[in-house]
Design a protein around this ligand. Structure first.
Ligand SMILES: [Zn+2]
Length: 615
């Protein structure tokens, strides 16, 4: 699934080849390759696709395979990558017609093959050492170490100023192989008995030592020589990773503050999101580092990570972030119900929505409950009840039980030290489209997105569908804004900003798809939809169903996907990949009048179905 989803970002950056539909002419055929680029690195191992166009009516062979040519000249082929030692693979294209032959050589770079270390060597492959980057730990932290090198050897590590030589363990079943002759000889080893050459170890950081930029030395040894007289002769190699580890002992909490808004805290350096949209001014306790990421201590057993560029360290002695909560209060407002949590300072939070239970969870970190009062607004009909709890010490949790199973988004923000959570009500009765405000987002603009075999830019295909959708919505009386109306450049981050500014109810981002290298486009295609927050999932499903029906093509699935345009919380947001435009037939359909109209109609009907389902 991940592979499929990254296509959107991967193909957004491929260079835009000149767009030129070939016309029949008197002369040898022309050949244009759209993707992959000449000499580009192709991240595929055994097969990959190539697309482009030739003069219509030509016959095309690539590496002696006959390739179908669309009447408009487009072609797409999925071909084996014959193993080559040089790291290069060459597509040999030959197009022919009545006027002659044209050939084109199109080299691409293949990934470096996975290095296996031969048993008769003695080497540590430094590229695979862990830790790979500077790391700052505190007492009790687990340091994980790993190296790769010659299999079936003896591995050890040493940390300057901290340890003597300590053992590392090879991850393999080879330990069970009986007899050292088998282990140290190279003959007659079955595959299952050959070690992987990956050695690991772990150690807890002690509390009585501090280290500053210590080195870690790895050592790999084996017995050399085959004859009994040689036995016991040990040969070793070492690899030193310099200044990689610090062990800190803090006398004061390291208090940090967010210096910019819309910050994401993650479960690990560059890993999955723990919470999004943390505002400027929120404080944390920091207690570790990995490369340019800072570890935040959110309470027992709960850490988060953030880039060091997003925070400042406050002066030593700054009090640790902390608040008690005495009061919770709700307010019935026009289209939202507000839940206000009264804090002493701005603290990190996380919002969860469970549509099955009709419940919103609000977690606030560094808080101890002193809550005796929850005041409900008598005019509010969205919230049934609110309960607080303190699941782990340090984390305060509100469970907001709704009378409905759906909300149309939420907005969490601070007003001074008051954390407001505005819950947007889903309409209870059938809503007419004319009552709603839409923002339609034709994906890409200056960045062309995917490119079809004959050069159709995704940005243009998306715009054509979006314009039709906007017209259909306006015909129904809806208020509609677009993130772009022509080819003006709109950056990715500006698109959700426009939607928030327009205070829209529903945001639809229109795209067309491509695949990452190595995936077979003849097996993997169809229409697909994407949401990020649970409150947008039902709308995505209804649109997906209508796209499949109306476009009469297979489903490529509907997905939870982490895209910049689907992440905002304040409205329903769905991204649509109408079809795979790298397929010549699909590109031709996108160039026509009928298909973009059908896509737009399917999206509209999906929205209408969803609105009816709320009844
Ligand atoms: Zn796209």
């Amino acid at each position: 699934m991940f592979k499929k989803i990254i296509c959107i970002t991967i193909f957004c950056v491929i260079a835009c080849a000149p767009s030129s539909l070939k016309t029949k002419s008197d002369g040898a055929p022309k050949i244009e390759v759209i993707y992959p680029g000449k000499k580009q690195q192709v991240n595929a191992v055994d097969s990959t696709f190539i697309l482009g166009n030739v003069t219509p009516g030509s016959k095309l062979y690539i590496n002696n395979y006959r390739i179908a040519v669309h009447p408009e000249g487009g072609f797409l082929a999925f071909l084996p990558l014959v193993p080559v030692d040089t790291g290069w693979f060459v597509f040999q294209l030959r197009a022919s017609n009545d006027y002659g032959d044209t050939t084109l050589e199109w080299p691409v770079k293949l990934p470096e093959p996975f290095k296996t270390v031969p048993l008769d060597s003695l080497a540590i492959l430094s590229d695979f050492n862990l830790p790979a980057r500077y790391q700052e730990l505190i007492a009790g932290d687990l340091l994980e170490l790993s190296i790769r090198g010659t299999p079936l050897a003896v591995a050890q590590y040493k940390i300057t100023g901290l340890t003597d030589w300590k053992p590392m363990f090879e991850i393999s079943s080879m330990i069970q192989v009986p007899g050292s002759e088998t282990i140290f000889g190279s003959e007659n080893l079955r595959d299952s008995t050959i070690g992987t050459g990956v050695y690991r170890a772990g150690m807890f950081m002690p509390s009585d030592t501090a280290l500053d930029s210590a080195d870690i030395i790895f050592r790999l040894c084996k017995i050399v020589g085959n004859s009994p007289s040689d036995s016991g002769l040990l040969e070793c190699v070492e690899d030193t990773v310099e200044s990689i580890l610090s062990l800190k002992k803090y006398d004061f909490p390291q208090v940090v503050e967010l210096i910019d808004s819309v910050q994401t805290i993650r479960h690990g350096p560059r890993k999955g999101y723990l919470s999004i949209y943390q505002p400027k001014g929120v404080r944390f306790i920091a207690d570790g580092k990995y490369n340019n990421y800072v570890r935040l201590d959110l309470g027992p057993g709960q850490a988060a990570w953030i880039p060091d560029s997003s925070i400042i360290y406050l002066p030593e002695g700054t009090p640790a972030p902390y608040s008690e909560v005495k009061y919770i209060r709700t307010f019935a407002m026009d289209s939202v119900t507000r839940v206000s949590t009264y804090l002493d300072m701005m603290l990190p939070y996380r919002v969860e929505f469970d549509p099955k239970a009709g419940r919103v969870g609000l977690l606030v970190y560094y808080v101890t409950s002193d809550t005796d009062w929850i005041r409900y607004d008598t005019d509010d009909d969205l919230i049934d009840y609110i309960v607080w709890s303190q699941p782990p010490a340090n984390v305060y949790r509100l469970d907001i039980q709704l009378n409905e199973n759906e909300i149309w988004g939420y907005d969490a923000f601070y007003e001074d030290n008051v954390l407001n959570l505005d819950l947007k009500k889903a309409p209870k009765e059938v809503v007419n489209i004319e009552d709603l405000k839409f923002v339609i987002d034709p994906g890409h603009s200056r960045d062309p997105g995917s490119i079809g075999p004959t050069g159709l830019r995704e940005a243009d295909a998306n715009l054509a569908i979006s314009r039709k959708l906007v017209q259909l919505l306006r015909d129904k009386g809806a208020v509609v804004a677009m993130t772009r109306t022509g080819n003006e450049n709109v950056e990715l981050h500006e698109r959700p900003e426009i939607a928030v500014r327009e205070n829209c109810d529903i945001f639809i981002s229109v795209h067309n798809n491509a695949l990452p290298d190595g995936v077979n486009p003849f097996e993997n295609h169809g229409t697909s939809t994407y949401y990020y927050h649970m409150h947008s999932k039902p709308l995505a499903e209804h649109i997906q169903r209508k796209l499949v029906d109306k476009l009469e093509m297979g489903s490529f699935g509907h997905y939870h996907a982490n895209f910049a345009v689907t992440r905002p919380t304040q409205y329903l947001s769905v991204l649509v990949e109408c079809t795979f435009m790298i397929l010549p037939d699909e590109e031709a359909r996108l160039r026509g009048e009928e298909f973009p109209k059908k896509c737009a109609e399917a999206i509209l009907e999906g929205i209408e179905d969803y609105l009816h389902s709320l009844d």
